[in-house]
Design a protein around this ligand. Structure first.
Ligand code: ADP
Ligand code: MG
Length: 703
């Protein structure tokens, strides 16, 4: 994509307002009024078929009557005439349309939206929206929107999928003291989507970090790729994280996945920092827009109050950045700036006696010391100190330390004087928060950024052509039967083709066949119902394990058949699977969903009967390279069990990681055919002894 094409939308040199109006209250009035009032330096061409003048500016009946070139056209006329306006703009050579008008795909008129997009494509004209507030840029004094004002000036830029929220946040920038350069309303994303704008903002010299409010992405994989390449930090608030689509899921993975988990995994892979709510979005944006990432994990906390110091220490541990004692030389030096009963260990407690000078000296020294990767300065208001002077001392110390590549955050706890001091700090580029927890959270996010970016995800993967061919044949024959799932036997054939270790399984159609196969496999064996109508076999009494002899086979055959029929009289029963009994091992689960936004996505976690209760699982958008598989194995809560807890031998995590990678190849290779899969359980053995998939499920895409 030509990134420059978006200059016309976000930094236009001239704008036409289609539907400009002299009537206050109309959007076409607000937009022209905003452009003028907020001081837009480019040319404004109001378009109105009847009025020769709008708000004191010469108006034109149509864009084709405008004698000069137009970069952006802001469209406020009713939806049904927008396609015609787009055509006119295209002919005129307009670079981009900012379509504020609603009444398109969001209310059943996707046809109108498609028409506008097609026209845009025809003329190489980009479309922002429709259904948006507009776009605002402080550095150009460009308020091309119906939001009442430009935001408080700052270095962050925000892209919002909700127009109402954008307007609300615009006003809130002043009270929260978080400044933005650009606010971009993205609406229906008919053409320009998050990835496009992120790419553009990445080259925008007035933007230092990018904040996103996302309801849903359209092309999740492109988002991940673009976000990962971005040189600027990205902070996202995603709404709609409550259970979604989970209820109807046919597999364990489906019911455990849900939008939140998959989005969360994707954001981490994209190196994007997540915010839990609006406060968090503001707080973290403030930190990222003013401070560099924290490159190591040596966090130093400086305080004049033991209480807030301990609170901050607790938070640091909670946010994955536990404090370490400062080295001897740091302690010795800091001891000089505190009374005898102070503590230089970390948190460094200057005590309530700390005044401007102690703060100045210790902050300057601590921030400048090579051990320190990040600094949190805390202050509790006291009767003998002046918050503003303390703030100024801290800021001066930071400036005088002359260090550019490490972050500092501050928290003052107190009343109005502390609030005023914090506002002053923020105005001077130092993020300051009303609670120690928030200052630590902010610096932990700056640290998380480094951690996330140490890992690079690539979407390159190599297909296993031979396995794919064999699998597609199995799938085709199931479809020929009119089925949209594979039986365990079929699914295991697919798994095996992809190199997964599965239990040897064969179908017996009669009792005699069962006995013959059992002898061939060798006792003990496992017998399971094979029916496309019974996906959860144990629920139907369809699994018998540890069958030791011929008599057992006869008995199990009769019982399983009877149970299956009792469970579902109409079930189409293929027969009974005879399989080798795998030795006991640690149960894990692997699975996949074919996510509508991100495509094939894999799950891994602790298995067994409690999987649905404990939900100890983790997700990754596929493909998954071996180092990522290792990471998945290490990040579940049950990781110590696999590492060998309580004197048990460690499990074969190498085999597990390899299996996860093969599984990931399988779900990518077959993504056009399969929707959900799982291997539950997979039994993992001691180091060097591998694993066995004892149950396999594969749900096909409906065709
Ligand atoms: P489902 O999940 O459809 O109820 P499974 O095939 O997973 O059926 O079987 C239920 C349980 O029986 C498994 O969780 C596992 O504990 C055990 N099991 C199944 N197959 C084997 C096997 N081949 N070897 C050892 N244990 C098995
Ligand atoms: Mg199972």
């Amino acid at each position: 994509m030509d990134k420059k094409a978006l200059n016309g939308l976000f930094r236009p040199k001239s704008v036409a307002v289609i539907g400009a109006s002299n009537t206050p209250g109309k959007i076409g009035f607000s937009v022209v009024d905003n452009l003028i009032r907020d001081g837009y330096k480019g040319k404004i061409f109001p378009i109105n078929p009847t009025s020769p003048e709008i708000l004191g500016l010469k108006a034109y009946p149509s864009v084709s009557d405008v004698p000069e070139a137009i970069d952006a056209a802001i469209v406020t006329v009713p939806a049904k005439i927008v396609p015609a306006m787009a055509e006119e703009c295209g002919k005129k050579g307009v670079k981009g349309l900012i379509v504020i008008t609603s009444g398109f795909s969001e209310s059943g008129r996707k046809d109108l939206e498609d028409e506008v997009v097609a026209t845009g494509k025809k003329y190489g004209m980009r479309i922002l929206g429709p259904n948006i507030v507009g776009t605002l840029s402080n550095s150009d004094k460009f308020n091309g929107s119906f939001a009442p004002c430009l935001p408080l000036a700052g270095k962050a830029s925000l892209i919002s999928q909700s127009g109402a929220l954008l307007i609300a946040l615009d006003a809130a920038t002043y009270t929260r003291k978080v400044g933005f350069d650009k606010l971009i309303s993205i609406g229906n994303m008919s053409d320009v989507d998050f990835a496009d704008v992120i790419e553009w903002l990445d080259d925008d010299e007035d933007t230092s970090c990018i904040s996103l409010y996302i309801e849903g992405l359209k092309n999740g994989r492109r988002f991940i790729e673009v976000a990962q390449k971005s040189k600027k930090p990205i902070i996202v608030l995603k709404s709609g994280v409550s259970a979604h689509g989970a209820a109807a899921a046919a597999s364990h993975t489906g019911s455990l996945a849900g939008a939140a988990k998959v989005y969360g995994a994707a954001f981490r892979q994209a190196g994007v920092i997540q915010a839990a709510d609006l406060n968090d979005l503001f707080n973290r944006t403030q930190a990222f827009s003013e401070q560099p990432a924290m490159k190591g994990d040596n966090l130093l906390i400086l305080t004049n109050g033991g209480g807030v110091g301990v609170l901050a220490t607790d938070s640091a541990e909670r946010y994955g950045l536990p404090l370490k004692f400062a080295p001897e030389d740091v302690q010795t030096e800091l001891k000089k700036h505190m009374p005898e009963f102070g503590s230089a260990k970390n948190p460094v407690d200057l005590t309530g006696m700390a005044g401007n000078e102690w703060y100045y000296d210790s902050v300057k020294y601590a921030f400048g010391h090579k051990w320190t990767d990040g600094l949190v300065v805390l202050y509790c208001e006291t009767a003998v100190t002046n918050p503003m002077e303390i703030a100024q001392s801290i800021q001066k110390a930071i400036v005088d330390a002359n260090i550019k590549n490490k972050p500092v955050t501050v928290s003052f706890v107190g009343g109005e004087r502390s609030d005023a001091a914090m506002s002053w700090l923020v105005e001077h580029g130092i993020p300051a928060y009303g609670a120690p927890d928030l200052a630590v959270d902010a610096i932990a996010a700056l640290h998380e950024y480094t951690v996330l970016h140490a890992k690079k995800h690539t979407f390159d993967f190599t297909s296993d052509a031979k396995a794919r061919k064999a699998s597609l044949e199995i799938i085709a024959s199931a479809r020929k039967d009119g089925r949209d799932s594979l039986t365990e036997i079929e699914a295991k054939k697919v798994f095996k083709a992809y190199g997964l270790s599965v239990t040897d399984t064969q179908l017996a159609k009669s009792e005699d066949e069962a006995v013959a196969l059992a002898k061939k496999v060798g006792f003990p064996i496992v017998m399971k119902i094979v029916s496309p109508d019974i996906l959860h076999k144990s629920d139907a009494g369809g699994v018998k394990v540890n069958i030791k002899d011929e008599a057992g086979v006869h008995a199990a055959f009769i019982t399983i058949m009877a149970n299956a029929k009792a469970y579902k009289a109409s079930a189409n029963i293929h027969g009974i699977a005879i399989q080798e009994m795998a030795p006991m091992g640690t149960e894990v689960i692997m699975g996949s969903v074919n996510d509508a936004t991100f495509g094939p996505t894999m799950m891994f976690g602790l298995g067994g009967i409690f999987v649905e209760v404990l939900k100890d699982v983790t997700f990754r958008v596929a493909p998954i390279a071996e180092d990522q598989a290792v990471e998945m194995i290490g990040e579940i809560r049950g990781a110590p069990i696999l590492a060998g807890a309580r004197g048990e031998a460690p499990r074969d995590r190498k085999a597990l990681a390899e299996t996860i990678c093969k599984y990931s190849t399988m779900i990518l290779d077959l993504q056009d055919e399969i929707s959900e899969t799982d291997a539950n359980p997979v039994l993992v053995y001691e180091d060097g002894k591998g694993l066995k998939v004892v149950d396999a499920r594969m749900i096909l895409k409906k065709k």
